[in-house]
Design a protein around this ligand. Structure first.
Ligand SMILES: [Zn+2]
Length: 261
């Protein structure tokens, strides 16, 4: 059977050793989503392909693409590595989690359509030093639809009002206005600014973003809500996300112990 080699733009999601001399590299492609590639001989000294499949690399690759078995990587050019993401512990943790999230949201071989550019823009923005939490929050909110969860953020799900304070109700799959708070005693209380950011982040196009500045208070509120939705409604528990929460805790403990001095 003839093997068809295609050229594609790829993002290296993860990699691991395979057999004595080979690597398995998971890449995100636009046309076929996440795919697992065999990179033959990549662990040999002087193997040219090895440098093109370092974590957080992106560029133009050549290979034989398969959905249900290993794809084969044969050549690469114009490959670059996201430098800040590679070097910065926090950005690195968020980018790793973002790839895990994307891997969970799409099956191998699934065309990504507009999502590819959203993910690739997210990585570029993080690499430019933009707040990785907010960038990842955008994709966490927007990818909910891929998991079959589509909360209504901009109005009350009962009456459609937008002018009253809104709280989030998991049970009702979206916002409740003050007139309908009694529909869910377990609703998640939100202040108006957090609600505004939820509406902004759930619709923003990352390919057009230049800057988003959010206060620490709002960031905490946003993350708490998003974590609750992923835990309860999506049922997705990724180790890379737990790691970020642990980092946050170390961070706040360091700040606290700093204050005592
Ligand atoms: Zn209402």
């Amino acid at each position: 059977m003839a093997k068809q080699v295609s050229r594609f733009t790829g993002l290296v999601m993860s990699r691991r050793d395979f057999r004595e001399r080979d690597l398995l590299v998971k890449m995100l492609t636009a046309s076929q989503g996440p795919l697992m590639f065999l990179v033959r001989g990549a662990k040999r000294p002087k193997a040219k392909l090895a440098a093109t499949v370092l974590p957080f690399s992106h560029g133009s690759y050549l290979g034989v693409l398969h959905q249900r078995r290993l794809s084969l990587l044969t050549a690469a050019n114009q490959v670059q590595q996201y430098q800040h993401i590679t070097a910065d512990l926090t950005a690195n943790a968020y980018a790793t989690y973002l790839f895990d999230l994307v891997d969970a949201a799409f099956y191998d071989g699934q065309p990504l359509g507009r999502w590819f550019n959203q993910v690739s823009s997210a990585l570029s923005l993080m690499d430019q030093g933009m707040d990785p939490q907010i960038i990842v929050n955008v994709l966490e909110l927007q990818l909910l639809s891929q998991f079959g969860v589509q909360p209504t953020w901009d109005r009350c799900v009962v009456c459609g009002r937008r002018d009253l304070p809104l709280n989030y109700s998991e049970e009702n799959g979206g916002m409740l206005c003050a007139n309908h708070f009694d529909r869910d005693p377990y609703r998640i209380r939100l202040d108006q600014r957090t609600t505004g950011y939820l509406q902004l982040l759930s619709t923003v196009d990352l390919t057009k973003v230049k800057a988003i500045n959010v206060s620490d208070y709002i960031k905490q509120r946003l993350q708490k809500l998003i974590d609750t939705i992923y835990n309860n409604q999506v049922g997705l528990h990724l180790r890379s996300r737990t790691f970020i929460r642990q980092m946050d805790n170390w961070d706040s403990q360091l700040k606290l112990s700093g204050r005592k001095d």
